[in-house]
Ligand binder design. Structure first.
Ligand SMILES: *Cc1c(COP(=O)(O)O)cnc(C)c1O
Length: 407
């Protein structure tokens, strides 16, 4: 079934002439920055499993010295992701949290950051439990309401950090307006673009200064490796981040860089299929008598549908939903079999999570409840299995809910 879901055609045109290289996003994903390895002609980028590199002589270098700082496999991945996100530079970290830990060190005690209240729980924990202790201050704001962002601004605000669509409530923040606001103060807009991937959204083109990815999710795409990225175009910021990464050491290993490069080759195919499946399942869930509400940015009556269409080329494969009865939650988590009850998202395998006790357990109850993360909320990361079989799996699990009569 063909979907016609966006004001502009989501998968056409927008992919053309994606970068300075004049190649489309689909081609960059498959062929990487280099097209092939120039020394041997290897079609697959070699894994340079070497911690150190020989120097030809004093003050002479091949460009590589020590793999914490720079490694050829990682460099190919960084150049590829920079092209996909249309940035000039990219730094690859061992995990998404490694990237976020790097970026926060650009700031100083006394600095204030405005952060989306509805975001990855690990980011919340890092900022409040560690950086809060070191004299940083954070305002947790529903950034999808721009007036609240404006009101949170202080003289010492140095950055706005957003996730859009948000995790797990699928709220959409206006990237352009946040960029304008923080630029007037000389600060930076940081966008965690994990949920849509560069296939559907390129925040740097909308004014963001730095883009973050947990490459563990859609970029790698196979639930088999961890990685994290920062993409940006500003030279001084890039130099600072390289110094931070070299000093801290959370660099991506050559093998994990290769796995991520390999995953990215099918990014376009996977994102299209995940999204098509998500449409089918979101619509089905919406009609289900045991489901109260479905959060999916692809619904035309989603409050931020028009904004999504104005800043992204698609809606991705993430769905959250409330069941009517919290007693259904343990039954569903136990009875799904094709869909796996596991943390994480963005892989070819469909996963179901319970944000309350998994991704968002670090967030205090009052804040969680205000954001909508309650005991009736489940989150689905839709993979690329057959959509009818995914629906049948959910249907079968729901049958047990009624049978067991919410004891
Ligand atoms: C998973 C995730 C992270 C953290 O990434 P890791 O690779 O698990 O360290 C950060 N942001 C978002 C939106 C995520 O989903």
């Amino acid at each position: 079934m063909e979907e016609t879901h966006c004001i502009h055609p989501p998968h056409e045109g927008a992919q053309k002439k994606h970068s300075a290289s004049d190649r489309s996003l689909d081609t960059i994903a498959v062929r990487g920055a280099s097209l092939f390895e120039p020394h041997t002609g290897a079609v697959s980028t070699p894994i340079y499993q070497s911690s150190t590199f020989r120097h030809p002589g004093l003050f002479e270098s091949t460009g590589f010295d020590y793999s914490r700082t720079i490694n050829p496999t990682r460099t190919e991945l960084e150049r590829t992701l920079a092209l996909l996100e249309q940035g000039r530079f990219c730094l690859a970290f061992s995990t998404g949290m490694g990237a976020i830990s790097g970026i926060i060190k650009l700031y100083r005690p006394g600095d204030h950051l405005i952060v989306s209240e509805d975001l990855y729980g690990g980011t919340y924990r890092l900022f409040t439990e560690y950086y809060g202790r070191y004299g940083f201050s954070f305002s947790w704001v529903d950034t999808s309401d721009f007036t609240r962002v404006e009101r949170a601004l202080r003289p010492e605000t140095k950055a706005i950090f957003i996730e859009t669509p948000s995790n797990p409530m699928m709220k959409v923040t206006d990237i352009r307006r946040c960029a304008e606001l923080i630029h007037r103060k000389g600060g930076q807009l940081i966008v965690d673009n994990t949920f849509l991937s560069p296939y559907f959204q390129n925040p740097l083109n909308l004014g963001a200064d730095m883009v973050i990815h947990s490459g563990t999710k859609y970029l790698s795409g196979h639930n088999d490796t961890l990685s994290g990225f920062i993409v940006l175009s500003d030279t001084p910021l890039e130099q600072s981040l390289r110094e931070i990464q070299k000093s801290e050491g959370a660099s991506l290993s050559p093998f994990d860089a290769w796995l991520t490069l390999r995953g990215i080759k099918t990014l376009a195919l996977r994102m299209k299929t995940c999204e098509q499946n998500a449409f089918r399942i979101a619509r089905w869930l919406r009609e289900h008598p045991r489901v109260d509400q479905v959060f999916f940015t692809g619904f035309e009556d989603h409050p931020h549908y028009a904004l999504s269409c104005s800043q992204a080329r698609g809606f991705g494969g993430m769905i959250s939903f409330y069941v009517k009865d919290p007693a259904d939650v343990p039954v569903l988590l136990k009875k799904v079999s094709l869909i796996l009850f596991a943390e994480s998202l963005g892989g070819v395998e469909s996963l179901i999570t319970y944000p309350l006790i998994q991704t968002h357990s670090a967030i205090p109850e009052a804040m969680r409840t205000a954001a909508g993360v309650n005991d009736r909320l489940l989150r689905l990361s839709i993979g690329i299995e057959d959509a009818d079989e995914l629906i049948a799996d959910l249907e079968a699990a729901f049958t047990y809910c009624s049978k067991e009569g919410h004891t």
